[in-house]
Design a protein around this ligand. Structure first.
Ligand SMILES: [Zn+2]
Length: 141
């Protein structure tokens, strides 16, 4: 584990997160600075800096999860659509250098100026509640 990787620490449960789900391959958590309500992250438990460091079959496994998770996220928050985003490198706005996929629910008219809605700091209680709602929609466990 690279020193001070936030996502490795969350995987190891050394840092708290609003967790939707975890297994040995990946965790699903709520983004602490959501672009929209329900902004969810899918994070492989194994550390890779970027998608280019990750074996392609693991990339495939990760992306195979996305439609099912996105369906649950959209349903949990009543969104009209969603964006899937995955940033690689500082130039691409990758804040945490550990591969993660963003699922961002979108609502009709949430960006009248055509830009991304501004990120905000979400209270932990709100994130925990959203995580529970999404978990219920996922039909896991
Ligand atoms: Zn990491």
């Amino acid at each position: 584990m690279p020193k001070q990787c936030i996502f490795c620490s969350i995987v190891a449960k050394k840092l708290p997160s609003a967790e939707v789900y975890r297994d040995s391959d990946f965790i699903i958590i709520m983004d602490k600075y959501p672009i929209n309500t329900g902004h969810t992250l899918v994070v492989p438990t194994k550390h890779y800096d970027t998608l280019l460091h990750m074996p392609p079959d693991e990339v495939g496994k990760l992306y195979a999860l996305i439609p099912g998770i996105a369906r649950a996220v959209v349903s949990a928050v009543g969104a009209d659509g969603f964006n899937v985003g995955q940033n690689n490198g500082i130039a691409a706005n990758q804040i945490v250098p550990h591969v993660h996929v963003h699922i961002v629910p979108r609502f009709i008219d949430d960006s009248p100026d055509g830009k991304w809605p501004a990120r905000r700091v979400a209270p932990p209680e709100e994130l925990d509640e959203l995580a529970s709602k999404i978990r219920l929609k996922m039909n896991l466990h």
